[in-house]
Design a protein around this ligand. Sequence first.
Ligand code: MG
Length: 365
Amino acid sequence: MKITRVESFLVGIPYEHGAPKTALATSDGRVTQDAVYIKVETDAGVIGWGEAFGFGGCLMSHLAVQRVIAPLAVGRDAADIAGVMTDLYRKTQGMSRNGPVGFALSGLDIALWDIAGKAAGKPVHALLGGAKRQKIAAYASLLRLDTPENVAKVCEIALSRGYKNIKLHERSTAAVAAAREACGPDVGIMLDTNCTWSVAKALEMCAELRPYKLAWLEEPVYPPDDFEGLARLRREGGIPIAAGENLGNVMDLKHAIALKAFDIAQPDLAKMGGISEMTKALAIARAAGVHIEPHSPLFGPALIATLHVLAAAPEETMCEFYFADLENTPVGALGAPRDGFFTVPSGPGLGVEVDESMLARYRLE
Ligand SMILES: [Mg+2]
């Protein structure tokens, strides 16, 4: 079953998230949710879909698929996932340990698993050992809201939709206080600062934040791979530390765990090697006694792939849902939680149909 074509779609989908929009610092000012969808065709007629991480840098991931990965993948045996992925990582070793080329490879891996499932007539989770659950609790990962008023307002919207855990992308104690006030004592609240503080500043902030009983503090320091700094925060800050979305590969995860950098590891399969590497990451974390809560602020095949991996994992884990209402969802209803839970797909492969007319409608490149 040879790969005959690899096509990349860069799409930007309008959305609402309950508050005024602030463009990503790295974007060109558009206010859409951007994504890179990857379509892999084979000579057997089986088509697979993947997704590469991108966010504000989607154009780079899109170009990496088109210019670097597609030419290397065409002609290869789609059924030999480990062989293809190992070879393509080695061929691109100077540029794929992290960053857009690694993200593009991650998307290819997801598409190859979709193809493998479809060829076998089984959902991907069946190929990973079988689903242990049919539903996965979602946590509402709120976009940056800035003001305590907006934080309180959007927390209330999330609670009304059945979420029991809410993550903030804020940087102030006032925002956390507003969330705790709106949510009451029994809702899990997490704070993601996106690498904003020094270790010393983060220690000061931990002292301020401790009364609000955060379930975790995510990526408090820059750079994100300051594993010693994160380990110090774990020892002295008094709040569980989560990080890992900026890891590019499982070796980095191993190093971080060896340095005791976090309580909760957050690898992203659209960044660090797709379903194949995420499965390894789970095994590494499991062996070390580190809990995993994957990073998945995405709406397409990579989010669906995350659901398959989590369904097959022995441990109960939440799945992140980026709390935005898209104008349309190209993977259909399975791409969003209902009453606070995702439904695990049961169809062959990823178990979703990608609506290509919708991709055409929102295509940027
Ligand atoms: Mg984060």
